[in-house]
Design a protein around this ligand. Structure first.
Ligand SMILES: [Zn+2]
Length: 131
C-alpha cells in the first residue's frame, strides 16, 4: 500500500503511519489546509488538494519526495469528466503554484478554442454547453 501523509504546521507532508492519528488530523481544523484551490472557470472545475497517500510511491516504501498534491480539472456537464490532471510533491506552497499554473493554462486554452466550431480547447465540448 502507498504510504499515508498528513501536513505539518508549515504545510510540509509528513509520513503518518498511525491510522488513528491520520483520521484525527483529517477531522481537525488543521486539515483545512488540505484544500489548496477550488475554482470554476467557464464550467470547468479546477480543484487542488492534498491526497492522503503518496500517489506515485512504491508499495510500502518511503519516498524522498512523496507526490501528495493533485490538481484535477473536471469538464462541464453531468459527467464531470477529468480533462486535466497534474501532480507535485513538496510543500503547500508548491501546490499553490501548481494550482495557479493550471488556472492559467485552462484560461489560455479556453481563449484558444476553435473559433470556427466554438469547440472548447480544454474539454472538446461545444462552448455553448458551458453554462
Ligand atoms: Zn470546456
Amino acid at each position: 500500500m502507498n504510504l499515508p501523509y498528513i501536513l505539518d504546521d508549515q504545510g510540509n507532508p509528513v509520513l503518518c503511519l498511525d491510522r488513528a492519528k491520520q483520521r484525527a488530523w483529517s477531522e481537525s481544523p488543521a486539515s483545512d489546509q488540505f484544500r489548496v484551490g477550488d475554482e470554476h472557470i467557464d464550467g470547468h472545475w479546477i480543484s487542488t488538494c492534498l491526497q492522503p497517500f503518496d500517489l506515485e510511491g512504491e508499495d510500502g516504501v518511503e519516498s524522498a519526495d512523496p507526490i501528495v498534491w493533485e490538481t484535477m480539472v473536471f469538464g462541464p456537464g453531468e459527467g464531470m469528466d477529468v480533462v486535466w490532471q497534474d501532480r507535485c510533491g513538496g510543500n503547500r506552497t508548491n501546490a499553490v503554484a501548481m494550482h495557479a499554473r493550471a488556472v492559467t493554462e485552462i484560461r489560455r486554452r479556453i481563449k484558444q478554442h476553435d473559433l470556427l466550431s466554438e469547440i472548447c480547447a480544454v474539454c472538446e465540448h461545444r462552448l455553448t454547453s458551458h453554462t
